[in-house]
Design a protein around this ligand. Structure first.
Ligand SMILES: Cc1ncc(COP(=O)(O)O)c(C=O)c1O
Length: 369
């Protein structure tokens, strides 16, 4: 068929395909691979969430694109309890089928095209670029408004705490971006996937009253339950913020059938209503981070940023692909920095998402030198 492949040809190579041979090498280790290349949860989904999923398994009808009122209320309450975010209208909560799906589609859903500029961080989660490319929009990589000169972006992505660097943006930085965006008529989409996983620094939302003075106009906060509630397999997240923007997204998503399955809505409602499972998971990651961080430092790595989130942004002062091979020789797989942008070539991203047993194996191998 003549159109086959045309859209994919607009997109970069799928990054993980480029480390297949290094992965094979790491897998040859006699005690097995320690795969720290992806941020996929390995601990079980809390029984409270599993029960909520199963409790509505017999319901036959189509679910609402907007989600149930209970889901929206649970999101509003969780944002307030967990992060001190106030002023969110429950109608301004919209469930998404995992936030990657939303991010890949957001520029298109908002009607962006060739005239529009999307700003993404210098070192960024790749899907921001993918979404802009799918909409045919232009892209600028910038970590500060000064880098943008007189340009007038339509959409600015923020990601604090960052994947991959673990960098946290402070209140003043976020305030500057909001002021800049309002002056130039841009929308700010703040990807807050790791907001609940802050270790050495407090991470704040774009919707925090200290940041936006209680005015959500032009702001979107994107929240995933994949990491904090181990729900990556369920595909559960939501977007909230400016009621007018969320209403527009809802209208388009209704037509497109972008509907979260009803059992997942129930599971997500339960997860948002319970902080205990989230705290337990956070402590698991805190412990893994501590021992892995020490082992990497003792093995001669430098760790930059990484104040929050699920990754240690690490370097041995050499090209990241060289470090990747050094790690693979010890049966450890990481992600090369160049997955995340041209400025990240000397780093590797080392995830905390492995079992205690596999993290202990990595620590032993790093100590052996
Ligand atoms: C920064 C960031 N945003 C969004 C996502 C997507 O998460 P999900 O689609 O599972 O909600 C990820 C996943 O790794 C991420 O790191």
């Amino acid at each position: 068929m003549s159109t086959r492949g045309r859209v994919s040809s607009l997109l970069p190579d799928f990054p993980w395909d480029t480390i297949a041979s290094v992965k094979k090498r790491a897998a040859e280790h006699p005690d097995g691979i320690v795969d720290l290349s992806v941020g996929t949860p390995v601990d079980p989904v809390d029984p409270l969430i599993q029960r909520a999923l199963a409790s509505v398994a017999e319901v036959p009808g189509y679910p609402a694109t907007h989600g149930t009122p209970e889901l929206r209320a649970a999101a509003v309450d969780a944002l307030k309890r967990r992060f001190g975010i106030t002023g969110v209208e429950s109608d301004a909560v919209l469930p998404v089928i995992g936030t990657k799906e939303l991010i890949a589609g957001l520029p298109r859903l908002l009607g962006l095209g060739a005239e529009d500029l999307v700003v993404i961080p210098e070192i960024a989660y790749p899907t921001y670029e993918v979404g802009a490319l799918l909409a045919g929009a232009r892209i600028a990589r910038a970590d500060g408004t000064a880098q943008l000169g007189p340009q007038r972006p339509t959409l600015i992505y923020l990601n604090s705490p960052s994947n991959p660097t673990g960098r946290v943006l402070g209140v003043e930085h976020l305030r500057k971006v909001v002021a800049f965006a309002r002056e130039r008529g841009a929308i700010v989409a703040s990807d807050e996937c790791y907001l609940g996983l802050a270790w050495d620094e407090r991470a704040v939302s774009i919707l925090d009253p200290q940041v936006c003075d209680g005015d959500h106009t032009g702001l979107l906060a994107i929240h995933s339950l994949s990491k904090t509630s181990n729900m990556a397999g369920y595909r559960a997240g939501f977007v909230t913020g400016d009621p007018a923007l969320v209403r527009e997204l809802l209208e388009v998503r209704k037509h497109a059938g972008l509907i979260m399955p009803f059992p997942v809505q129930a599971a997500m409602t339960a997860a948002l209503g319970d902080d205990a499972h989230e705290a337990t998971q956070r402590e698991r990651y805190r412990a893994r981070r501590e021992i892995l961080r020490k082992a990497l430092l003792a093995a001669g790595f430098r760790i930059d940023h990484s104040q929050a989130g699920l990754y240690l942004w690490s370097t041995r002062g050499e090209p990241g692909r060289t470090t990747l091979e050094w790690l693979a020789d010890r049966g450890i797989l990481a992600a090369p920095g160049d997955f995340y942008g041209p400025a990240a070539g000397d780093h590797v991203r080392i995830a905390l998402t492995a079992t205690d047993e596999r993290i202990a194996a990595a620590v032993r191998r790093l100590a052996e030198g």
